[in-house]
Design a protein around this ligand. Structure first.
Ligand SMILES: *Cc1c(COP(=O)(O)O)cnc(C)c1O
Length: 453
C-alpha cells in the first residue's frame, strides 16, 4: 500500500523539467537539491498520512523552487532584537558601532597595514595599535588581544602557571555558556586546580592555608559573572588578595568576564577593570560584553607578564583575525572619544527616553493590533550583572487570537524580529532596538494584519 503510494511520486528528472523549477535563475545543483527536499518532504507526509493525495507536478515544482531559494540565502543574518536582553548570547552579543562597522568594511575590502610598519616600510606588529590604546585607556603597562575571553584565560594559565597549583575559591568554579568551565580550562592549561573555601563562603585564610602549605603557587580570581549567590556569603576581593600574593611572591591572575572601560549603568560595587587591574598581574575580559566591541578576549597586565603571554606558541594559535582587530581598534577609539558603543549605550538609556520610544512605537502599531506602551523588566544578558533587573519600556501587543501566531510571524519576517511572550502578551522591548528598526516592526505588523483580516 505504502509502496504503491510512494511510487506515484514524480521522478526527479520530470520534476526538474517542470516550471517553475526548470527556470535557470538558480544554479542546477541548487534546484536539484530543492527537488530532492520537496520529494523527501512529500514522502514524509505520505508515510504519516497514507490517505493524502499527491499534489500536481507543478505544485511540487513550486515547493522545490521555494526550498532551493531558501537554501540559496546565507543562514547567518541580521535579526531585530526586541527582547530587551542587551548582550543576548544567542543573538550575537554586542552590535558594533558605526565606526567599528566602517573599520571592518575598510579592512575587509582591500589590503591593510595589518603587519606592516608604514613609516619604516618594514614588517610591523599586528596588535601594536590596540595594545597602545588599551594601555592608554586603562593605565595598564601591557596589553594583548586574542580570539575570545575563553582563549585569553587559557593562554594566561598555560603561559604563566603550567604545572603550578592555582588556588581558586569554590564559589568561582563557574561554567559560562556550556563549553567554558573554569576547572576544564585549568586542566587544559596544565595548571593544577587547588579549591579553597566553600561554595558560599571563602576567606583570606582559606587562600593563605594552601599558599603556606605549598599546595598552591598562584592565585586566580574569577568574577562569577552569570550567576549570583545570595544570603550567607563571603568572597575575597582582589584588593584583599593582592597583599597576600605579594607576601608569598606568587602571581594573582583575574578573569573579570565582562570588562567595562568607563562608568556605566552598573551598580557601584560591580567589579570594573580599574578596580581589578592594579591588584593583579594579568587580567582578562571579553570584548563583546560591556565593552561593546567584537568577539575577542583582552589581556591587561604588567609588561613582564604580557611579554610571556605574547611569546607563548598558543598566542599565535589564538590570535585575533584582522576584521575583529579593526573593529576592536574602532571600539576603543569610541571609548577614548567619549562615545558609548551601542550595547553600553543601550544599558545607559534613561527611563524617560525609553518611555518616549515605546509610546511612539505603540502609536505607530496601534492601527494593526491592540497595543500599549508599558514599563517592563529587561536583562543585561551575556553573563553580565546577573540578578540585576533592568527596568525598561516596551510595547505590549494583544492580538485577539493570542500572541503565539504573531510571535511566529514576526520571527519569520525578513529580517526576523525576535520578541518575548510574557503573561500571554507579546512584548517588544524598545531598549534593544537600533535606529530604523521601528520601521521594520511596523512593516511586519502591517503585513501580518493584512493577512489576518
Ligand atoms: C563570558 C565569560 C567568559 C568567556 O568569555 P568569551 O568571550 O565568551 O569566551 C569567561 N569567564 C567569565 C567570567 C565570563 O563572564
Amino acid at each position: 500500500m505504502e509502496e504503491r503510494l510512494l511510487s506515484g511520486l514524480p521522478r526527479m528528472d520530470r520534476l526538474l523539467a517542470c516550471p517553475p523549477l526548470s527556470c535557470d535563475a538558480l544554479p542546477y545543483a541548487l534546484r536539484k537539491e530543492g527537488a530532492r527536499l520537496a520529494l523527501a518532504e512529500l514522502r514524509e507526509i505520505l508515510r504519516h498520512a497514507p490517505a493524502a493525495s499527491i499534489p500536481p507536478l507543478e505544485e511540487i515544482a513550486r515547493r522545490g523552487l521555494a526550498l532551493a531559494e531558501e537554501r540559496s540565502q546565507p543562514r547567518l543574518g541580521r535579526v531585530v532584537n526586541a527582547t530587551g536582553v542587551v548582550l543576548h548570547t544567542n543573538l550575537g552579543r554586542a552590535p558594533l558601532s558605526p565606526r567599528a562597522v566602517e573599520a571592518v568594511v575598510r579592512t575587509a575590502e582591500g589590503y591593510s597595514n595589518l603587519e606592516y610598519h608604514l613609516e619604516q616600510g618594514s614588517r610591523g606588529s599586528r596588535t601594536a595599535h590596540v595594545e597602545e590604546l588599551l594601555c592608554t585607556l586603562t593605565g595598564a603597562e601591557g596589553a594583548f588581544a586574542v580570539n575570545n575571553n575563553a582563549a585569553a584565560v587559557l593562554l594566561m594559565l598555560t603561559a604563566l602557571t603550567p604545572g603550578l597549583g592555582v588556588a581558586i575559591s569554590r564559589g568561582e568554579l563557574v561554567e559560562i555558556g556550556g563549553s567554558f568551565r573554569v576547572p576544564d580550562i585549568m586542566a587544559q592549561s596544565g595548571a593544577r586546580l587547588v579549591e579553597v573555601g566553600t561554595t558560599n563562603k571563602t576567606r583570606v585564610e582559606d587562600y593563605e592555608r594552601v599558599l603556606s602549605s605549598g599546595q598552591a603557587q598562584a592565585l586566580l580570581k574569577v568574577h562569577p559573572s552569570n550567576f549570583k549567590i545570595m544570603g550567607f556569603t563571603q568572597s575575597v576581593a582582589p584588593q584583599k588578595l593582592a597583599p597576600l600574593a605579594r607576601r608569598y611572591g606568587v602571581p594573582l591572575l583575574g578573569d573579570l568576564g565582562s570588562g567595562a572601560l568607563g562608568p556605566g549603568p552598573w551598580p557601584p560595587d560591580y567589579p570594573t577593570i580599574s578596580q581589578w587591574l592594579p591588584q593583579v598581574q594579568v587580567l582578562s575580559f571579553s570584548g563583546d560584553k560591556l565593552l561593546g566591541g567584537p568577539q575577542c578576549g583582552i589581556l591587561l597586565g604588567t609588561s613582564e607578564h604580557l611579554a610571556l603571554l605574547k611569546a607563548h606558541p598558543l598566542a599565535r594559535a589564538l590570535r585575533l583575525d584582522k576584521l575583529s582587530l579593526a573593529a576592536l581598534e574602532a571600539t576603543l577609539l569610541d571609548w577614548r572619544d567619549g562615545l558609548l558603543p551601542p550595547a553600553p549605550a543601550m544599558l545607559a538609556a534613561k527611563q524617560e527616553e525609553l518611555q518616549q520610544k515605546a509610546e511612539q512605537l505603540a502609536a505607530a502599531l496601534s492601527s494593526f493590533c491592540p497595543c500599549a506602551a508599558v514599563s517592563c523588566a529587561g536583562q543585561v544578558g551575556g553573563g553580565a550583572l546577573p540578578g540585576e533587573a533592568l527596568p525598561s519600556w516596551g510595547v505590549e501587543l494583544c492580538p485577539p487570537a493570542g500572541p503565539e501566531g504573531l510571535e511566529q510571524a514576526l520571527r519569520q519576517w525578513r529580517p526576523p524580529i525576535i520578541t518575548r511572550i510574557h503573561n500571554h502578551r507579546l512584548l517588544v522591548d524598545v531598549r534593544t532596538l537600533l535606529p530604523g528598526e521601528e520601521a521594520i516592526i511596523q512593516a511586519a505588523l502591517a503585513a501580518w494584519a493584512g493577512g489576518e483580516r
